[in-house]
Design a protein around this ligand. Sequence first.
Ligand code: FES
Ligand code: FES
Length: 168
Amino acid sequence: MKTTITVNGEARTLDVDPRTTLLDALREHLRLTGTKKGCDHGQCGACTVLVNGTRINSCLSLAVMHDGDEVTTIEGIGTAEKLHPLQQAFLTEDAFQCGYCTPGQICSAIGMLAEIEAGLPSHASADVAAAPQLNAEEIRERMSGNICRCTAYPQIVEAIKRAAGEMA
Ligand code: FES
Ligand code: FES
């Protein structure tokens, strides 16, 4: 089945079995292997990408559902010469350890910061009507879908705080 997805700013037409997940389409068909496959059933967040600016688990979504969508993967976020502030902050704060979870963590953090910017509350928000704060509790709650087996969680929180300060 033909489907056209704009991936990292470039329109890509794929001819895929309708059962192909977005994750497999990215990795196996487009050879964009920055997005990682961990659990393959929505529990680890390693496969997180941005679809039209919103973070999703690409293992839980079919490629054909994204005809016409804009997908951003880690390959579309910063370059080796010019890192995104979050990528730099992950290095500075030692949040990048084995690195397997890192692409998903970074895509998720971008989505999470946009959610805070848009005023969307989380389970950790004391007052759901007030503007959410960028504190450790909010970051931990909002990043709870991304598992890091190296347990770099304290550093990941610090990296997100640092990058958010620099991006503001
Ligand atoms: S690979 Fe998608 S959530 Fe684990
Ligand atoms: S840095 Fe290794 S799993 Fe997170």
